[in-house]
Design a protein around this ligand. Structure first.
Ligand SMILES: Cc1cc2nc3c(=O)[nH]c(=O)nc-3n(C[C@H](O)[C@H](O)[C@H](O)COP(=O)(O)OP(=O)(O)OC[C@H]3O[C@@H](n4cnc5c(N)ncnc54)[C@H](O)[C@@H]3O)c2cc1C
Length: 486
């Protein structure tokens, strides 16, 4: 009965074609892009597809009134289970809010709705000489709202910085149902940096309904280089030498032999199948500087035993080199039934030893691991190949993944480089943060969402929810007194 009333109220806001509750329609919203065996799946009770900020705010107020949880969702390309409705309830899907509301080239910003597909913004502004720099490899599908929520990275974030560097302001619906603006186009926004708080908060403290984003000038010239190396070690050596030479490529991506096999089988991107690793390097900037850096990089790659260095001579060749990299995850289907995509980051100098450790873990657990990653900023993506129906495989995969995370944290890295924490890694946050640290984060969540109904079960470890904050603080107090409580 309550459910019928809730349905009617939701339909009164978004209209009958803005609500889904047929189990078949809901199937597609059970998952995100992570492997179900790792991050799980769960159907929402209702999917709503609002078209305005006011509708989002109304839906949130009704959810509050009916005491029902809310899960925001963009395109569902997330890789950590962040957009899974783990407790059912209402899923607010922003993909009908796709407008570019304002473009201001003089002040270099655009105001967009959250469901706008990342690439569509650059497609619109590039002919005028500007682009939106954060470029997750999923940029043909993922939304800007999702990018904000996950503080997403991408190949070009080595030079241009991750999403947080490109968000000037946000319109947000809070769990209270209020619609607020944080940040803005002014060079300085005094007061608490709530834009910084919202970016990367994974839909747990607000729903982004508009984003004011920075636009970046198109570079005068671009070169894309593809360099095959005999081993992953020689390619890693080249990465270190390029950075040590003071060159900052726009992108510096690495793929190992297993990834090359998958990509070539799927797409024929032109990567040599006998290479131990391939580096994809993009240099952009002023024409003379690009030419100079290209020459330097070719020399460095050859010093590190690159068999050849191919410089793309046409837009078509550039696109082909990039297609291989950007579609590498999808190409893994050629090699395996399932894969667990790890996302970790280490200081760049620790990359060679970390890759060695990943290789040891592969052998220890007798699991194939492919590597495709943003080498320039130390952001690793080991893909652990497995068969979820093979007894024991999943357990091995989870243990291997956890060992990698421990190693990365031990060498000064973090448990996620860009994909976020979501459902998948929330219990691993304790590897990086003390109970005091986590209690402070839980306090922030509680101040926005005291009843914990916004994207529940995400980010914070189990046991750090509303009711447990006091016990977390108590826990921290005991720890300070040297009393260790498990
Ligand atoms: C093939 C492939 C390649 C990828 N490559 C990269 C990469 O290079 N770099 C990278 O960082 N990521 C990458 N990803 C991961 C993913 O695409 C990004 O995290 C992306 O930003 C998610 O956007 P989305 O619209 O799909 O969000 P969803 O998956 O729908 O949601 C992700 C999170 O954001 C929240 N959310 C979504 N919209 C809003 C909103 N409007 N307000 C508040 N919260 C919201 C959700 O609750 C969830 O927690 C890749 C994924 C795939 C499948």
């Amino acid at each position: 009965m309550a459910s019928q009333q809730l349905r009617e109220r939701l339909v009164s806001i978004v209209g009958p074609d803005g609500l889904l509750d047929d189990p078949y329609d809901l199937l597609v919203y059970e998952y995100d892009a992570s492997d179900e065996a790792i991050a799980g799946s769960h159907q929402p009770d209702f999917v709503v597809l609002p078209t305005t900020s006011e509708q989002v705010a109304e839906v949130v107020r009704i959810a509050r009134e009916f005491n029902v949880v809310v899960t925001p969702r963009g395109a569902g390309t997330g890789l950590a289970g962040g957009a899974i409705a783990s407790q059912g309830g209402i899923m607010v899907v922003l993909t009908r809010m796709t407008k570019i509301l304002e473009v201001n080239y003089l002040d270099r910003y655009a105001v967009v709705e959250p469901g706008l597909i990342n690439l569509d913004l650059s497609v619109k502004t590039s002919p005028d000489g500007y682009f939106f720099a954060p470029d997750p490899s999923s940029q043909k599908a993922c939304t800007i709202g999702g990018n904000v929520a996950n503080n997403s990275g991408g190949p070009h974030c080595l030079k241009y910085g991750v999403t947080s560097n490109h968000i000037l302001g946000l319109e947000v619906v809070l769990p209270s149902g209020e619609l607020i603006w944080v940040g803005g186009s002014a060079p300085e926004t005094p007061g608490y940096d709530l834009t910084g708080v919202m970016v990367g908060s994974e839909g747990t403290i607000g729903i982004v309904t508009k984003a004011m984003v920075r636009l970046t000038r198109n570079p005068e010239d671009i070169n894309v280089l593809m360099a095959p190396f005999p081993t992953i070690e020689s390619a890693s050596g080249a990465v270190s030498s390029i950075i040590a030479a003071g060159i900052l490529p726009a992108a510096l991506e690495m793929m190992d032999a297993l990834t090359i096999e998958a990509v070539e089988t799927a797409f024929n991107a032109g990567y040599p199948r006998d290479a131990g690793a391939v580096l994809l390097i993009e240099i952009d900037g002023l024409r003379e500087a690009v030419a100079e850096s290209t020459e330097e990089i070719v020399t460095i790659c050859k010093q590190h035993d690159a068999k050849e260095v191919r410089v793309a001579t046409s837009q078509a060749e550039r696109d082909l080199f990039w297609q291989g990299r950007k579609a590498a995850f999808g190409a893994m289907g050629r090699l395996t039934k399932n894969y667990y995509l790890q996302d970790t980051v280490v200081p760049r100098t620790k990359l060679p030893q970390t890759l060695k450790r990943v290789d040891e873990i592969s052998r220890d657990y007798d699991l194939k691991i492919a590597n495709v990653f943003h080498a320039g900023d130390g952001n690793l993506h080991p893909l652990i190949l497995f068969d979820r129906y093979k007894p024991g495989d999943l357990e091995k995969v989870l243990n291997a993944g956890t060992e990698m995370l421990h190693y990365c944290v031990d060498v000064g890295g973090a448990i996620s480089g860009e994909h976020g924490i979501g459902l998948e890694k929330k219990d691993h946050l304790t590897m990086m943060y003390s109970t005091d640290d986590l209690a402070a984060m839980a306090g922030l969540k509680q101040s926005f969402d005291p009843t914990q109904y916004f994207n529940p079960d995400k980010v914070l470890p189990s046991g750090s929810g509303c009711g447990e904050i006091d016990s977390l603080k108590e826990h921290a107090r005991w720890e300070k007194m040297g009393i260790h409580v498990v």
